[in-house]
Design a protein around this ligand. Structure first.
Ligand code: TK8
Length: 335
């Protein structure tokens, strides 16, 4: 009797430490692709995720974090996930809009006024609901990471007023909201995958782009862009996704390891990104970029132009999604 209790206790302890679950982990290689360079917020968090997964599976599941868009641009990797040729990736929600139109809601200019609001809404019920729509398209969304508030750079001139954008050829993400937003501002907006952006800036195929400070630093855009305008025009999330084909073949224990590690990586990534962003502007000035803020009047003029795209977004994401997201933002704002 006593021995039986002791054994039961031992088994319970092993379950708690995860040791008896070892047989639930098969040897697996997970290719986790991303678009930025290794030494970026994306790269650091991808490696952190890899370590967590390896630790939790006793080395059975090995995550290969592969950056620099070596596995392809965001949209190419999405197709590889859907087909089952690649296991995981992290990329912009904006490049998923062709598959899940509701993702475009995150591209709404000035939707979030600070990172706290973004965290609450993205990690809350409406964020989950939109993320869950990926499953019908062949991907499983695990968590949102922070790309961050986007700012404008170019090689032509300081952008101090709306009209300064007029003849600027501006690279935008491959997504209608971004295209329409910058057309509304009067720029010559050109959609291009991120993986082609540095070369396009360097060869002056385009004059400018917009991305968070972190990316302007890590991708060395300061080498080919002289002017930075603080616009904070939209908050961009990244999203960590898994091939559904591959996911469906995993044990419950394996799925849980990936989910838990994804949450840890999210918390790590947001903290790391915010710490880096806080120092980045000074870094960029030090590298020779000329930085300007917009006057309140000009910021308002741009804001008004950008708000003109909202009706189109509401239409493409559906009124219900639009209302739910805006209600969640209001709630987060008033909390
Ligand atoms: C990286 C992209 C990037 C995004 C862009 O693959 O395309 O400008 O901001 O972070 O997803």
């Amino acid at each position: 009797m006593r021995i039986r209790f002791a054994l039961a206790g031992l088994v319970a302890a092993l379950v708690a430490t995860g040791a008896v679950q070892a047989q639930d982990f098969k040897p697996r290689i997970v290719r986790f692709g991303y678009g930025l360079v290794d030494n970026s917020n994306q790269g650091r968090a991808a490696r952190m995720f890899a370590q967590e997964v390896e630790k939790a599976t006793g080395g059975k599941m090995k995550v290969r974090a592969i950056g620099n868009a070596s596995l392809g641009s965001d949209t190419q990797m999405q197709q590889a996930l859907i087909g089952g040729a690649q296991e995981m990736m992290v990329g912009s929600t904006a490049t998923l809009v062709g598959l899940v139109p509701e993702m475009a809601v995150w591209d709404t200019p000035f939707l979030f006024s600070n990172a706290k609001e973004a965290d609450v809404v993205l990690d809350g019920p409406v964020g989950d609901k939109i993320k869950a729509k990926l499953e019908a398209k062949g991907m499983v969304g695990l968590v949102y990471w922070e790309n961050g508030f986007r700012n404008l750079t170019n090689s032509k001139r300081p952008v101090a007023k709306l009209e300064d954008l007029n003849d600027i050829k501006l690279r935008v993400m491959q997504n209608n909201v971004f295209l329409d937003s910058f057309k509304a501002l009067g720029a010559n907006a050109v959609p291009l995958p991120f993986s082609e952006l540095f070369t396009a800036l360097e060869t002056r195929a385009v004059d400018g782009q917009e991305n968070p400070y972190n990316t302007i630093v890590s991708s060395k855009f300061y080498e080919v862009q002289k002017y930075l305008t603080v616009t904070n025009h939209v908050y961009s999330p990244w999203i960590v996704t898994v091939s559904k084909k591959w996911w469906d073949g995993l044990s419950a224990a394996e799925k849980k390891v990936l989910q838990d590690a994804a949450i840890k990586s999210r918390d790590f990534e947001r903290k790391d990104t915010r710490e880096e962003a806080a120092k980045a502007l000074a870094d960029l000035k030090g590298k020779g970029m000329q930085v300007n803020e917009l006057s309140a009047a000009e910021a308002n003029r741009m804001r008004e132009k950008l708000v003109s795209v909202n009706a189109g977004i509401a239409k493409s994401v559906g009124q219900q999604t639009w209302d739910e997201v805006n209600a969640a933002v209001q709630q987060a704002r008033n909390a």
